[in-house]
Write a protein that binds this ligand. Structure first.
Ligand SMILES: NC(=O)c1ccc[n+]([C@@H]2O[C@H](COP(=O)([O-])OP(=O)(O)OC[C@H]3O[C@@H](n4cnc5c(N)ncnc54)[C@H](O)[C@@H]3O)[C@@H](O)[C@H]2O)c1
Length: 351
């Protein structure tokens, strides 16, 4: 039995239809004694009635701000800008530890309110491996959009679909561009390879071993590149502006699943803003053309599949919430970030 009160919040990002806990897993949590409050949400892929039937309490969108202080608030994407001070423990993807834009402001809100960020990206086992991630579906969608765009078959604006619909579009692809997946052995890389397989395409696969001595000329020989690398330390970029201006470049479509734009870990410093569902493709170069796809919420385009997989991975961790382990590591990472921020602000004060 667990005393935990978990509060599933409505996502403020209007295109976010995923959820970290699906109704069937909510039922399992309730059966184990957890109190689960679910905010009604117009866009969540699962209707609120399914959570109600699973034994959850229902609350209004955004009402987590007045939840009892011990409640753990769960979501996926960014919090709304208000309140300025965050007093709860929040489980979501904060994107706050790699000096991303807005990271210091978010940490500052937690420090001001006495709350804590339990960042899902840092929910790891004792060997540092991620325990719950959307990577597979991010890679799947990134490669799918890249190849569909390259073949002139991408329909915009993008909208969430089912896997059957997406696969039917991929199966209809007839061209066979030379494709490259970097980070091919990871979760997103596996997803990218799976999507390309549905399109009948066999990509070149690079991971750590193949990029140690990066062959840029070989890279630029590919027509479609999908970057799915996750690096935790700055490394030399895979592409620079100079490479894009190479006259012999065959690369036409670049999909950056990683989307580390603005971070020191960025391996593709050839663009400075991500793209989105309304405008998924941005032209980076003319003659020869080079188009960029860099969407930071790719798995939301397959909200059902992505939520079901993620929730299945998160369920055992939520059941063990009070025993610590991975959650303690998340909390320690948050405290470290808080100390680093405090030290940095101290430095600025002394300049
Ligand atoms: N755009 C989106 O919507 C979205 C969604 C989820 C995840 N992501 C991002 O996708 C990225 C990949 O996530 P993942 O779950 O697949 O990670 P992962 O750890 O499973 O895989 C990363 C892979 O990159 C490889 N790699 C690391 N450094 C490399 C290098 N220098 N050269 C070549 N390969 C290298 C690793 O060996 C590993 O195989 C992350 O940055 C993650 O934040 C994006």
């Amino acid at each position: 039995m667990t005393e935990l009160h978990l509060w599933l919040r409505h996502e403020s990002r209007t295109t976010e239809r995923r959820t970290p806990v699906v109704p069937s897993d909510a039922r399992r949590l309730v059966e184990r004694g957890m109190t689960l409050t679910v905010e009604d949400s117009p866009q969540r892929i699962f209707p609120i009635e399914a959570y109600e039937e699973a034994g959850c309490r229902v609350a209004a969108p955004g009402s987590w701000v007045s939840a009892p202080p011990d409640t753990v608030i769960a979501g996926l994407k960014e919090l709304p800008d208000e309140p300025a001070e965050l007093r709860h423990r929040h489980v979501f993807f904060g994107h706050a530890y790699k000096e991303q834009p807005g990271a210091a402001a978010l940490l500052g809100r937690f420090l001001a309110g006495g709350g804590a960020l339990l960042d899902l990206e840092y929910l790891v086992d004792d060997e540092g491996r991620r325990l719950a991630a959307f990577g597979y579906w991010a890679g799947y969608l990134g490669a799918a959009l890249a190849v569909l765009h390259h073949e002139g078959r991408l329909r915009t604006p993008l909208r969430p679909a089912s896997k059957e619909e997406l696969d039917a579009e991929l199966a209809a692809v007839t061209g066979q561009p030379r494709t490259l997946v970097i980070g091919a052995l990871g979760r997103s890389g596996r997803g990218a390879r799976a999507a390309l397989a549905v399109a009948g395409n066999e990509p070149t696969c690079w991971d750590l071993a193949e990029t140690r001595e990066l062959d840029r000329a070989a890279l630029l020989e590919h027509e479609v590149m999908v970057n799915t690398v996750l690096t935790t330390r700055p490394i030399p970029p895979f592409l620079t502006d100079k490479d894009l201006d190479e006259p012999g470049r065959r690369l036409r479509t670049l999909c950056d699943v990683t989307c580390d734009v603005g971070s020191p870990m960025n391996v593709l410093p050839v663009y400075d803003t991500t793209t989105d569902w309304a405008h998924p493709v941005r032209r980076l170069r003319e003659q020869p053309a080079l188009d960029l796809i860099a969407i930071d919420n790719l798995p939301s385009l397959l909200p059902r599949e992505a939520s079901v997989d993620f929730s299945a991975a998160l369920l055992p961790l939520l059941l063990d919430f009070e025993t610590g382990g991975p959650w303690d590591r998340c909390l320690a990472r948050f405290h470290q970030a808080g100390r680093e921020l405090g030290a940095k602000e101290g430095e600025f004060r002394h300049v």
